[in-house]
Design a protein around this ligand. Structure first.
Ligand SMILES: [Ca+2]
Length: 92
């Protein structure tokens, strides 16, 4: 069996995100392991969970930029306020 090099990396959605939490991480990896050789851990669309699904998951590891769903946006963290330069207390 040769190395697979031409699997799709840029799917419009994020099928490797099996847990639908917006991140491809070890929880998705575990889903593949738990559903090995069944259609339920399939991320490549061939209705089989096998090593190609593992490879696709690794290739898409991290935050799912395409997004299966939009995560609720957090309010942008407020920048630390610049402290107004306090006047040096006059010393005697
Ligand atoms: Ca598959």
């Amino acid at each position: 069996m040769g190395m697979m090099r031409n699997f799709e990396l840029s799917a419009p959605t994020c099928p490797a995100d099996l847990t639908h939490d917006g991140v491809v991480d070890v929880s998705d990896f575990l889903q593949i392991i738990a559903n090995w050789d069944s259609p339920f851990g399939d991320v490549t669309g061939d209705d089989r969970t096998d090593v190609s699904d593992i490879l696709t998951t690794i290739a898409n590891w991290g935050v799912c930029s395409a997004g299966f769903r939009e995560l609720p946006r957090r309010p942008a963290p407020s920048k630390p306020k610049h402290k107004s330069p306090s006047k040096p207390t006059p010393r005697k």
